[in-house]
Design a protein around this ligand. Structure first.
Ligand code: XMP
Length: 517
């Protein structure tokens, strides 16, 4: 299958380039910007995009591409840092601007190039850079310039090398999709081969071949990813071979466990194992208030319960372990560079000893590991997973354990479940749920004075969170309609007597994270 390789130099926009190209129907893979470009790695690659970066090209340690890159004969498009890197690597010069250029800037196309086919001679581009090309490298010419005379696009006279200073992947960039499409189809000659039907066909073939006649165990979290993975496995391998394990930590949302069981049954599963471990988890969390201590306690216990339940299933040694790992999970855990270089939160779903042991045996299957979240949703729809599950907001592995701030108790979990249920139901009823990437309630360890009837009330504080995002790596605050917010707040304090006050979280990520712990 044709693919575009994206070299990651640490810009937050790198993922966006990958997604935009996939939306055009071409598979993308992201590699660290300095990765070795072996023949094996280049199989199927029709073009390379060098992404942006927080680095300046002359910084000590600034990442450089494999020396083979420019001589491969493959079309290369440098974006922002990528264009500057390409310039510096070919003997041109890059300089720091007096003022960082950010936002929409007019660009004038100064010469014919297939990159600008169908693009008007002037358009508004999206800029975000502190450095710019000062002197073109020999062999390069500018085919577009900004209104202040800076090269906005460069092309080599004889090699298939191009660069743009602006960000065609950002939706604010006029004709950005057209420019990317010109590169991917016109210049690289890619075929539109990345479709869900093709993915399903290929993945089913791969699964059958890898698994043979062995049983498969899939860990179910109740979220979109594991449910869609279950649907794919059930449809491909049949219900007899697929064992589903769901650990109920007691840190789930209202009625969630019942709904998970219902969904799996509707998908035709016949071996569904539900382990009720609420008491274990509450005991492990008793007295803990530090977020990382809580995350570790939940993660460790999860592993213990997982091991115990897997033994209880008696699947023997030759079973395969399936996981609903997504492409972004791999990137976040270090496949690219510049992402979460240090641990901001320990996501417990990436390093379980069971998973590691199975990986070492070569018995892990991750049928979603090439997909982004929106592609998993499309796959789920194609496989008949109910829309309510497919469009469900993400939910963290440690569940309410990180949404009841401070010490977790059953009473607090129950109060939070009730408040969250009112919130989410209302979002759905008001047509807001699908406009929000992730929404949830958080129980703060703060009590405040209020009045109900004529009686003094001393209740907990609930914070409502709603964010817009594409992958959870960055997030904007959802601009909640005020009237809805006020009405939902009143419903929560009326229906959940333990809650005396409701606040709305107006922090974006960064600097805040989406979850509070
Ligand atoms: P943060 O809070 O890091 O969250 O901005 C980003 C996204 O990840 C989810 N999240 C988790 N998901 N295990 C998960 O599976 C975890 O430990 C975990 N912690 C946070 C969070 O809900 C948001 O969607």
């Amino acid at each position: 299958m044709d693919q575009i390789l994206i070299l990651d130099y640490g810009s937050q926009y790198t993922q966006l380039i990958a997604r935009r190209v996939r939306e055009l129907g071409v598979y993308t893979d992201i590699l660290p910007g300095d990765a070795e470009l072996t023949d094996e790695r280049l199989a199927g690659v029709k073009g390379v995009v060098m992404g942006g970066s927080p680095w300046s090209v002359y910084d000590d340690g600034a990442p450089v591409p494999d020396g083979r890159l420019y001589g491969l004969g493959l079309p290369v498009l440098g974006v922002c840092y990528g264009a500057q890197r390409m310039t510096a690597d070919h003997g041109g010069a890059v300089a720091t601007l007096a003022d960082r250029e950010y936002g929409k800037r007019p660009v004038r196309v100064a010469g014919p190039d297939p990159l600008f086919d169908g693009v008007p001679p002037e358009f508004l581009s999206w800029m975000s850079h502190g450095d710019s090309i000062e002197r073109l490298a020999p062999g390069f010419r500018a085919v577009a310039v900004t209104d202040n005379g800076i090269p906005a696009a460069i092309v080599h006279d004889s090699l298939p090398l191009r660069g743009v200073q602006f960000h065609p992947e950002v939706s604010h960039c006029e004709h950005g999709t057209r420019i990317l499409s010109n590169f991917v189809f016109g210049i690289c000659g890619c075929e539109r081969s990345w479709t869900m039907e093709r993915y399903i066909d290929e993945e089913r073939g791969r699964l059958r071949e890898r698994v043979g006649g062995s049983p498969v165990l899939l860990l179910i979290s109740g979220g979109v990813d594991s449910t869609v993975a279950a649907a794919l496995l059930l449809e491909t391998l049949g219900a007899e071979r697929v064992h589903l394990l769901y650990i109920d930590t007691g840190l789930m949302r209202k009625d969630e466990s019942v709904e998970v069981m219902r969904t799996l049954n509707a998908l035709g599963a016949s071996h569904v194992h539900r382990a009720d471990a609420e008491a274990d988890f509450l005991a492990a969390l008793a007295g803990l208030t530090d977020p990382e201590a809580k995350r570790h306690a939940i993660g460790d216990l999860f592993i213990t319960v997982q091991r115990r339940e897997v033994e209880r299933l008696g699947l023997g040694d030759d079973y395969f372990l399936a996981q609903g790992t997504l492409y972004t999970d791999l990137i976040e855990s270090g496949k690219g560079v510049g992402k979460q270089a240090h641990v901001i939160k320990s996501h417990h779903n990436v390093r379980s000893p069971l998973v590691e042991a199975k990986r070492a045996e070569g018995r892990i299957i991750e049928p979603l590991d090439r997909l982004y979240k929106d592609e998993v949703r499309a796959l789920g729809r194609a496989l008949g997973v109910p829309e309510a599950v497919v469009s469900r907001h993400p939910f963290p592995g440690p569940g309410l354990g990180v949404r009841v701030l401070g010490e977790v108790t059953k009473e607090k979990c129950d109060a939070l479940r009730a408040a969250d249920d009112v919130y989410i139901r209302e979002l759905r009823a008001r047509g807001l749920y699908d406009r929000i990437w992730q929404a949830f309630a958080v129980l703060l360890p703060v009590r405040s004075v209020g009045v109900a009837g004529d009686v003094r009330r001393y209740g907990w504080t609930v914070a409502l969170r709603a964010v817009a995002s594409t992958d959870g790596m960055t997030a904007d605050v959802f601009e909640f309609p005020m009237r809805d917010l006020l009405e939902i707040s009143a419903m929560i304090t009326n229906r959940v007597p333990e809650v005396g006050r409701v606040v709305y979280d107006v922090s974006s990520k960064p600097p805040a994270t989406i979850e509070w712990e």
